[in-house]
Write a protein that binds this ligand. Structure first.
Ligand SMILES: CC(C)(COP(=O)(O)OP(=O)(O)OC[C@H]1O[C@@H](n2cnc3c(N)ncnc32)[C@H](O)[C@@H]1OP(=O)(O)O)[C@@H](O)C(=O)NCCC(=O)NCCS
Length: 185
């Protein structure tokens, strides 16, 4: 397995991965092109990463992370930035972190995230906001975020209900809850 920055040439295999692991239609090709661009800071550094199986060359994991100034809000519109310790223009955003089921619970999620965190720290970013998936198996989403130091701000029921995709848990619409969390760097 290797970790590498998310590049424009990865768009189509990342879309295939997202359809399989997140839910069909969660990310359109156009959205992924935008998300890749949002991952690049003014110095050309990329803060989103892929986990790649070197044998098959398949994508096994995706960590989308955007520097301050490159994002407005997550997939849902609910966001309590008035409760965050730092302003939005000082805050990076962790969008999605997904791993294929065969590589979950082996520490790859925290490793991918640490690559983004290290880069934000180097660039003196003050904090990272995220919307974590409360219903993830074994509460793994909130658990891994707490492990790297994120704290819960507030919960948003039905956060993804207006996103036009097929949720792997609920089908359509998604009735899952987002836990808004924040990490001070
Ligand atoms: C959430 C996720 C990114 C965490 O990455 P990871 O590499 O599996 O993280 P870790 O190996 O540190 O595991 C974190 C905890 O979750 C548990 N866990 C992870 N995947 C699990 C699974 N499929 N079933 C049960 N437990 C699981 C681990 O055992 C560990 O438990 P512990 O805190 O008791 O040690 C990854 O499991 C994943 O992609 N899950 C499905 C999608 C998801 O929930 N994404 C987050 C959306 S916001």
């Amino acid at each position: 397995m290797k970790i590498q920055p998310f590049l424009p040439e990865d768009i189509s295999r990342v879309r295939h991965f997202a359809d399989q692991e997140i839910g069909v239609g969660y990310y359109t090709e156009i959205e992924l092109i935008e998300n890749q661009k949002k991952s690049v800071n003014k110095d050309g550094e990329i803060s989103s990463f892929l986990l790649i199986d070197e044998d098959s060359d398949q994508v096994k994991g995706l960590r989308l992370a955007y520097p301050p100034g490159n994002w407005i809000h997550g997939k849902g519109s609910a966001q309590r930035e008035d409760l965050w310790p730092f302003k939005k223009n000082e805050t990076a955003y962790f969008q999605s972190l997904f791993l294929s089921s065969d590589v979950q619970a082996k520490g790859w999620g925290p490793k991918l995230s640490q690559m983004s965190i290290d880069q934000f720290k180097k660039n003196k970013v003050k904090g990272i906001a995220t919307h974590s998936w409360k219903e993830s198996p074994h509460n793994s989403s909130v658990r891994y975020l707490e492990k790297v130091g994120f704290e819960t701000i507030i919960e948003h029921p039905l956060y993804w209900v207006n996103v036009d995709y097929v949720c792997t848990r609920d089908g359509k619409p998604c009735r899952c809850t987002a836990v808004e969390m924040y990490l001070k760097l």
